[in-house]
Ligand binder design. Structure first.
Ligand SMILES: Nc1ncnc2c1ncn2[C@@H]1O[C@H](COP(=O)(O)OP(=O)(O)OP(=O)(O)O)[C@@H](O)[C@H]1O
Ligand SMILES: [Mg+2]
Length: 341
């Protein structure tokens, strides 16, 4: 089966082609121009998707040596994301499906991330524990089957990626914050600065707003503002912040692994590109001898391949899309297939 995957939920336009679960093409165009505004400007994002989606679609077919007639399923991100951005890919997919008679399936973006491990040679095995950490979400889940994803916990305030982005801004490191913080912390091997890790009522939930505020207070108290922070100190603050945030994530993962028996562990989303987080996961999985699946860097950020993969799995599970399907903007857990409290 040949599956086309279309992703336009935020600042990446991506079109991919999969042959069952094998990636034939996965073309990603990142909207780098948002850097100048310090964050994604929704209106500009929609316009850029409009410019890119058709050329990327053509390039994907060319690169895969596939024609429109060969495609069996068109899967597109339907939410959550920026509404104007989502509409570009979703409407493109519906139009393509209507004009060709090919099957169409709307896909939840976060479910796409959760399934990105299946794009790797070694795939997760059900039930698997998945930490999905991205710009808008932080979720600890047990994926029981293609139609049952159980949420153990989520952030009660900022998402992990959002905390990285905001702290990078406080330090004057630029956008997107994750890679900048990670690079600034890379040259540091220890720091005496300590930032707090919050404990939540639900033991599997996360909270990063206190951590973020304590970085802000530290900067204000010690330097007044970001311009007065010496480069070396930025590295120390970045190191301490990253250490606390990664510890907050892994602490809940360890707790969950002590309580639930799983066959694999997976890490997904943009923050899964973080070197420290990846190595901590390797050490946790190594200790308890449970196979770990972490997507390669191309599949951590937003990409069409993960949308095609999730669409393929849902299609095989009997799910069919209709042209009336909406771009949904509600919380992802409400949309998780078979989600049970
Ligand atoms: N090396 C890294 N370390 C930490 N964070 C990172 C790294 N690389 C990217 N990120 C973070 O990942 C986030 C982007 O991930 P992603 O593209 O999956 O988010 P999104 O699509 O905007 O949000 P969502 O998937 O929740 O809708 C940004 O917040 C970015 O700072
Ligand atoms: Mg994403």
């Amino acid at each position: 089966m040949k599956i086309l995957g279309i992703e336009t939920s935020c600042d990446e336009t991506s079109v991919a082609l999969l042959e069952d679960e094998k990636v034939i093409a996965n073309i990603i165009s990142s909207q780098d121009f948002h850097v100048e505004y310090g964050g994604v400007v929704p209106e500009l994002s929609s316009r850029a998707h409009l410019q890119m989606v058709m050329p990327l679609f053509k390039k994907t077919l060319e690169q895969s040596s596939v024609s429109i007639e060969d495609i069996d399923l068109i899967a597109a991100t339907a939410g959550p994301g920026l509404i104007g951005a989502l509409l570009v890919g979703l409407t493109f997919a519906k139009g393509l499906s209507y004009s060709t008679g090919k099957n169409f399936l709307p896909v939840n973006h976060v479910e796409g991330h959760i399934y990105s491990g299946f794009l790797m040679d070694r795939k997760p095995e059900f039930p698997y524990l998945c930490l999905a950490v991205s710009g808008g979400h932080t979720l600890l889940l047990i994926v029981k089957s293609d139609t049952e994803i159980v949420k153990l916990g989520s952030t009660i305030d900022d998402a992990a990626g959002e905390a990285f982005d905001k702290v990078a801004k406080m330090l004057g490191l630029g956008y997107p914050g994750g890679p900048k913080i990670s690079a600034a912390a890379a040259s540091v091997s220890s720091s005496s600065i300590k930032f707090p890790i919050a404990h939540c009522k639900n033991e599997f939930d996360f909270s990063f707003s206190g951590l973020k505020t304590s970085v802000l207070r530290f900067i204000q108290k010690e330097y007044g503002n970001a311009e007065n922070i010496p480069a070396g100190d930025k590295g120390l603050i970045a190191y301490s912040f990253q250490k606390s945030l990664v510890e907050a994530l892994t602490r809940n993962v360890v707790k969950a692994l002590n309580q639930f028996r799983v066959k694999s562990i997976s890490l997904a989303g943009g923050v899964a590109a973080n070197t420290l987080l990846r190595s901590e996961f390797e050490s946790i999985a190594g200790k308890i001898k449970v196979p770990l699946v972490i997507p390669s860097l191309d599949y951590c950020g937003d990409n069409g391949a993960m949308i095609a993969l999730r669409g393929y799995r849902l299609f095989n599970a009997g799910r069919r899309g209709t042209f009336g399907s909406n771009a949904f903007a509600s919380m992802p857990e409400d949309n998780f297939t078979g989600y049970k409290k």
